[in-house]
Design a protein around this ligand. Structure first.
Ligand SMILES: Cc1cc2nc3c(=O)[nH]c(=O)nc-3n(C[C@H](O)[C@H](O)[C@H](O)COP(=O)(O)OP(=O)(O)OC[C@H]3O[C@@H](n4cnc5c(N)ncnc54)[C@H](O)[C@@H]3O)c2cc1C
Length: 492
């Protein structure tokens, strides 16, 4: 990656997560000289892949499933080199008694498989699907203009009306345990109590993406996303300097703009002395949510799911009925550990054979736990999988566990194990991390935020970085319309 240098840059990005790298590439595409400083040994933040268990088993250390990357207008363009592995079934949600709900790309097949609930699923999804392109783009650009297409505008209105509701209320529109469980599992990605407002919106968006773009994994692992972005940055003359933890803005080379791919807590640590007290106070009041407990397994064969359809999915939501999923998430939201946690399980090797030696498989899973939890959830997670796949434990050759402290050690942005860059409740969806039309801009001229603690929030979509970089370019142009690059004044 090269040694840190003190050479002047047009922009320095601190942190090489998907948002940091997208910001860097966007600026480099505008002709800026960009350097990215990364604390870890390798770039990528939440998009890394390592042999965590045994040689030949490639595990996604953090993110693994990428509907948001495929839906993202900016990553769709920048990741043309990444091969996406689409499973036959986008998402499976097993239920007791050998039943399962299966989300497929085709809404018709999904609804047909939901039995009595099929018609209600179709009625919920149809208004969104008809304007999905513009709707998804609008959700990922929450401070942008509404979509011009009338179908997308109508879809956005429907999404606004339905998605503001708690998932548990929205589920009343659905018939049958299968359809309700499907929605609940998607909504639980919000890491919130499913009785809370807007959790319905999370459920709708992720289910919609299953129909619209699928829930793929990246061939070779999520690191392929990072490698494609780093390659693009280098082609444009930018560089990534690893093993370069930034403790203060004074650690950085002189630059016209500094973009922090950091959450408010590290922003205060790195730049607190430069920030006006009122702004610093707001950042200090930013709230983080529950953590996650993550497990990776090397398996000596496929997971023996009771329902055969579950074996065709890469992502499996393990936790039973909507009532059970909601109870588990409510327990976590109240600061306790559920006995039967809701488990997000990914068997990437079902869709991508490069993840494990022939005949073997990888398993990846996490469950939500209270912020900063130190409890080992291995037994609880494996029991849940075993419940729907008897014999799972016998397939385990090796396992690797990471609780909140290990996740935060791996990447300081995972504060207390929070993987979403801060609580995504109504308040912090609007004020992310502060209220304003351009929350990527700080009050310090030239200093910007570009992490998932800015809109549109968590997930590998790069849109936070893209919005931040476009604002940097706009601000530079406003200061000096004639300048080829944006260098006006130094930060730090
Ligand atoms: C276990 C787990 C599972 C997930 N699963 C999914 C999934 O399946 N799909 C999905 O879309 N999303 C998933 N996510 C969320 C996704 O990974 C994040 O939302 C995304 O990576 C956020 O990107 P970012 O660029 O904002 O920050 P990050 O990816 O967190 O990157 C920040 C970078 O900044 C570096 N850094 C921090 N402090 C400093 C410093 N002081 N100096 C220099 N560098 C610093 C860090 O080392 C890191 O590389 C998951 C996350 C985790 C942890």
């Amino acid at each position: 990656m090269g040694m840190a240098t003190g050479r002047r840059r047009d922009a320095v990005v601190v942190g090489s997560g998907p948002n940091g790298l997208v910001a860097a590439v966007t600026l480099a595409q505008a002709g800026w000289r960009v350097e990215v400083r990364e604390a870890a040994r390798t770039p990528g933040g939440g998009a890394r892949t390592e042999e965590l268990t045994l040689p030949g088993f490639r595990h996604d250390v953090c993110s693994s499933v990428h509907p948001l990357a495929l839906a993202s207008p900016v990553l769709r363009r920048l990741l043309a080199d990444v091969a996406w592995c689409q499973p036959q079934v986008q998402l499976a949600h097993p239920l007791d008694g050998g039943r399962a709900a299966l989300l497929e790309c085709s809404e018709e097949s999904t609804s047909a498989g939901l039995g009595a609930g099929g018609g209600s699923w179709r009625r919920l999804m149809a208004p969104l699907l008809s304007g999905a392109d513009g709707l998804v783009e609008a959700i990922l650009s929450p401070r942008g203009l509404p979509p011009a297409q009338p179908t997308s505008l109508a879809a956005l209105a429907a999404f606004g009306a339905l998605g503001a509701a708690p998932a548990t209320s929205l589920a009343r529109a659905l018939r049958g345990e299968e359809a309700r469980a499907l929605l609940a599992g998607c909504a639980a990605h919000s890491v919130r109590d499913l009785h809370a407002p807007v959790t319905g919106g999370f459920g709708l968006l992720l289910a919609l993406l299953g129909h619209h773009v699928g829930w793929p994994v990246a061939r070779g692992g999520s690191v392929a996303i990072t490698e494609a972005l780093v390659r693009r940055l280098r082609e444009l003359g930018g560089e990534v300097v690893c093993e370069s933890p930034v403790r203060s803005l004074t650690d950085l080379p002189p630059a016209g703009a500094v973009l922090l791919d950091l959450t408010p807590r590290q922003v205060l640590a790195v730049a607190g002395d430069k920030l006006p007290p009122g702004y610093a106070r707001k950042l200090a009041g930013y709230r983080y949510g529950p953590g996650v407990f993550k497990l990776d397994w090397a398996l000596d064969g496929p997971v023996p799911w009771k329902h055969p359809g579950v074996s065709r999915a890469a992502t499996v939501h393990v936790g039973g009925s909507m009532a059970e999923v909601a109870a588990a998430e409510r327990t976590v939201a109240r600061g306790r550990h559920p006995e039967r946690p809701f488990v997000l399980f990914v068997q990437a090797s079902v869709a991508d054979p490069t993840r494990a030696p022939a005949g073997r498989h990888t398993g990846w899973a996490y469950c939500h736990v209270p912020h900063g939890s130190t409890l080992d959830m291995t037994e609880a997670v494996e029991s849940q999988v075993e419940r729907f796949a008897p014999g799972f434990r016998d397939r385990i050759m090796a396992r690797h566990a990471m609780g909140p402290a290990a996740l935060e050690g791996h990447n300081p942005n995972n504060v207390g194990g929070d993987i979403g860059g801060g609580t995504a409740d109504v308040r912090q969806l609007l004020a992310r991390p502060v209220l304003g039309r351009q929350p990527w801009r700080t009050p310090v001229p030239g200093l910007y935020l570009c992490s998932s603690s800015t809109p549109p929030g968590g997930g590998v979509h790069g849109m936070c970085g893209w919005h931040a970089a476009r604002l940097v370019l706009r601000d530079a142009k406003a200061r000096d319309p004639m300048a080829a690059s944006g260098v006006v004044r130094d930060v730090g």
